[in-house]
Design a protein. Sequence first.
Length: 591
Amino acid sequence: MGQSFEAAVAEVTGSGQIFEIGEQEVRGRPTPVFVNAPPSLKALLDTARLRGDEPFLVYEDETWTFATVMAHVDALGATLVERYGVTKGDRVAIAMRNFPEWVVAYAAVVSVGAVAVLVNAWWTADEMEYGLRHAGAAVVIADEARAALVAPMLADLDARTIVVRADGDALDALVQRDRIERYDDVVVPGTALPVVDIEPDDDVTILFTSGTTGRPKGAVSTHRAVVSACFGYAARALVDRARKRDADGDPSDGSASGSTGGSADGPSDARAGADELARLDPMAFILTVPLFHVTGCIPVMLSCFIGGYKLVMMHRWNPERALELIERERITTFVGVPTMTWDLLESPDFATRDTSSLVNISGGGAPAPPELVRRVDSSFSRGRPGIGYGMTETNAYGPQNGGDDYLTHPTSAGRVLPIMRMRVVDDGGVALPAGDVGEIELFGPNLIRGYWNDDAATDAAFDDGWLRTGDIGRLDDDGFIYIEDRKKDMILRGGENIYCAEVEAVLYEHPAVYEAAVFGIPHERLGEELVATVVVRAGMDVTVDDVQQHVGRKLAAFKVPSVVVLTEQPLPRSATGKILKRELRDGLAAG
């Protein structure tokens, strides 16, 4: 019998441990903190200097070692300060697809005390201009496609651009302008990184929310917030490893994953923490989501940067390519949205590719249907399913669920470490007892400090320091959180609440359903009506009546979709793989 969750947490976060948790005042409120956390993200990133020529970034046929990456970080940091006049607190935007230079740019910007503005690489010119103007970006580090997009707006924004991978002739006219220069022309190898004094509560990043209504908001994080999230992932990994160790005496199966970090005493302690996590298994992550998204940036990229793990970067999501890379690079950790895991399992290449290196198949961004949890556990020789619940406003960190806990609680997003607090409240903000359904609120040092230049949005998002997540859920007596649905996605049909995720979970159990999205549309008498868009598996036949009867056998009649749209086309997705229900809803209305 393995160690209990509570006992493992006490072991990992107790007095004298690297991940010891205490309490400090943060922004005027007593807050749980990791007492050994370094003062800045820069100090945490510096642990990578101890990794030398170990492989870090793999992109197509390129391999960048930790030493190579850090040399580029130092040189680019020097260029930003000495050539572009970037000072502490200035905003520097990163606008590019997943290239190794994205990682370099992020580390360089935050290491000189500037604020990294993570621009959505899928944005149109209008969206890009809004984001850069709103953040007040002085410099944009971009790839060739994004540099061409922002070139016409630079003078009006009073900004300059550094272009990476500008090898083609198409950019020659652009780089001749005063405001656009090639990376290779302005970054001098061997230049030392300027020394900047950085405090824990200095701003470090601005990430844009998805902006489902209106313009996206710029979520501002401090160094303390990002470091706390990184430490949180590492601490949780050690908790899982401690439980695994006591269960079978063999912690070396790589069942824990996450970033790791140092203590206030310096990089050596950070290295010790990383080595404890991966002392026998070479950890290797595959990057399936954009780096401008919080999942790609923190639990994936920063976990590898700080923990000393290999990060294999995909050019774009493709399940067949992902399976090829998993086999070739011996990937141990897969993190994506649940739809990507479905894609892997449903790929015609799945049965012929070697996936035995995988030990973690984790996801987030959306609830995973219980059927997917079961399939993951039965389809991989070593891989165990996992899920995390976080958002941009929490720097991706939050409750986590995995392994045996996930199989016994397949509809739960998991439990939190004491570095975070979690509660469920009613419409008046009053905490509810276990079992009652209400809005989930979170509190901890990893939360954003607010939204950039938007006090009204900040005030609306926080309840006396607690983040209003907008998610509806409940806690059980053991601290597991169950997310029923987004508050705005909950359907009120004839006075009855319907949680779309519950209906979707049932739909996925039908053998002919490949993907499903459930949402509401206005109805004159009932208020809202339930719609299900279903992607039918290739070669299988199913009717609307079949789908409705399947749901009716599992759920109450009012939860059966009145409208079922059957299609063979993939559902529309965002850059991070989330299904765009608004697009489906708008398309149905237009049709």
